[in-house]
Ligand binder design. Structure first.
Ligand SMILES: Nc1nc2c(c(=O)[nH]1)N[C@H]1C(S)=C(S)[C@@H](COP(=O)(O)O)O[C@H]1N2
Ligand SMILES: [Mo]
Length: 404
């Protein structure tokens, strides 16, 4: 480490003495325990994390364990990528078991040359890779009616960020020759419910991806192995997994998941439909609900921000319930439609503090308060909630959900 960095580091350790002092004293002992003399465990063919690491997805108990959602442990996350093993899951009919050698993607309907592609065919085409966030349209939906999520995982954990690799859908559409009157692509999955969504042709030609890779290896079965559709910035549901059919049409299908579900019932009784884009959102992951600060002193407030419209431009943090805001430091690189981690040093002096974050994206869109959102959309909908999240740090250091 460079000499110039030392004073600030020492100062930091001194300021956080309550939290780290014990650790420093215990260090010589810890080093002794690691001294040579005993062989470690053998090398393994596929990696595992340390048995000391306990972060897991959380799933509400349901009568049918094959369906439902599991939530990413955002409170335990560091950096900006979600390990594939902790990616949130949302399945309407369980995870199908698909042999990639048997699987095919059929592109048909209003096209000149229908195609049936094997996974191996798709892997021979020019590939692209992008880091991208995926968020369920229902993420934090419980916040519409009540501040019920006791922690950040259960309230905001239907979102994850991975590196995805695959083929541009526009390339495949060029191959089949889309007829001039076609305006929609109906995507269908090979799971038991044959989940379908209607995708406007413009989006399919713009930045849609047919992915086979996730974080440097094949997609996980839960994420759609062997092929899934990815629509950057659009609600999770449109990102059809186990993709086996793309049909070009001149109208939307009005499928279950774009009419009865994933539409927003407004206060006047009308519904917003095809509300695809996930707007800017952020949440503080530490300290967050259910955690306890071990004492007063210096901490780093940190969290995640993302936007379906592009890059995160700014994140501000309040520690006084929204009266004043300061700019947080943003980790680089800030990729469009990806997690951006933010942080801010903060001293807990033992007095109650109400904290929240507010994200602004590159379009200038500012994450609203829950009240601002409800004023426009009412509380009939369970979808597309992107309001701010307030946590209350109590005098004893415990952190709770709070309604501000
Ligand atoms: N075929 C199929 N695709 C699907 C689903 C599904 O149940 N079946 N669930 C959708 C929903 S609602 C979401 S939020 C995302 C979840 O993706 P993940 O499980 O990889 O996180 O996939 C979408 N694609
Ligand atoms: Mo979803």
């Amino acid at each position: 480490m460079k000499n110039s960095k030392r004073p600030s580091r020492r100062q930091l350790l001194k300021m956080g003495a309550a939290a780290v002092g014990g650790g420093l004293l215990a260090q010589p002992k810890a080093l002794a325990a690691e001294s040579p003399g005993k062989l470690g465990i053998p090398l393994g063919p596929y990696g595992e994390r340390s048995p000391y690491e306990k972060a897991v997805r959380w799933r509400r108990d349901t009568k049918t364990p094959e369906t439902g959602s599991s939530f990413s442990p955002l409170q335990d996350s560091v950096g900006t990528l979600t390990p594939s093993s902790l990616h949130y899951e949302r399945h309407h009919a369980g995870i199908p078991f698909i042999d990639p050698a048997q699987h095919r993607l059929v592109i048909h309907g209003m096209v000149d040359r229908p195609l049936s592609l094997a996974v191996a065919d798709i892997k021979r085409l020019p590939s692209i890779t992008r880091i991208m966030v995926l968020e369920c349209g229902g993420n934090s939906g419980s916040e519409w009616t009540a501040i019920t999520g006791p922690d950040v995982q259960r309230s905001y954990g239907l979102v994850s960020c991975s590196e995805w690799t695959g083929v541009s859908l526009s390339l495949l559409l060029k191959e089949v020759g889309v007829k001039p009157d076609a305006s929609w692509v109906i995507a269908e999955g090979a799971d038991a419910c044959r989940m379908e969504r209607s995708v406007p042709l413009a989006k399919a030609l713009d930045d849609a991806l047919i992915a086979y890779g996730q974080n440097g290896e094949a997609l996980r079965p839960a994420q759609g192995y062997p092929l899934r559709l990815l629509l950057p910035g659009w609600e999770g549901n449109t990102n059809v997994k186990w993709l086996h059919s793309l049909k070009l049409t001149d109208q939307a299908y009005m499928a279950r998941d774009e009419t009865a579900k994933y539409s927003d019932l407004m206060p006047d009784g009308k519904a917003r439909i095809f509300t695809y884009r996930m707007e800017a959102k952020s949440v503080i992951t530490f300290p967050s609900g259910g955690q306890k600060l071990p004492g007063t002193g210096l901490y780093e407030l940190t969290g995640l921000a993302w936007s379906g419209s592009g890059r995160i431009e700014r994140v501000e943090i309040t520690t006084d319930g929204g009266k004043s805001w300061v700019a947080a430091k943003l980790h680089e690189p800030r990729l469009p439609i990806a997690f951006t981690r933010f942080r801010l040093p903060w001293r807990f002096d033992g007095r109650e503090a109400v904290i929240a974050s507010r994200a602004t994206d590159e379009t200038g869109y500012v994450q609203p308060t829950r009240e601002e959102l409800i004023a426009v959309r009412g509380t009939n909908s369970g979808y597309h909630f992107n309001g701010m999240k307030f946590w209350k740090i109590q005098t004893d250091g415990t952190v709770r959900n709070v309604e501000v």
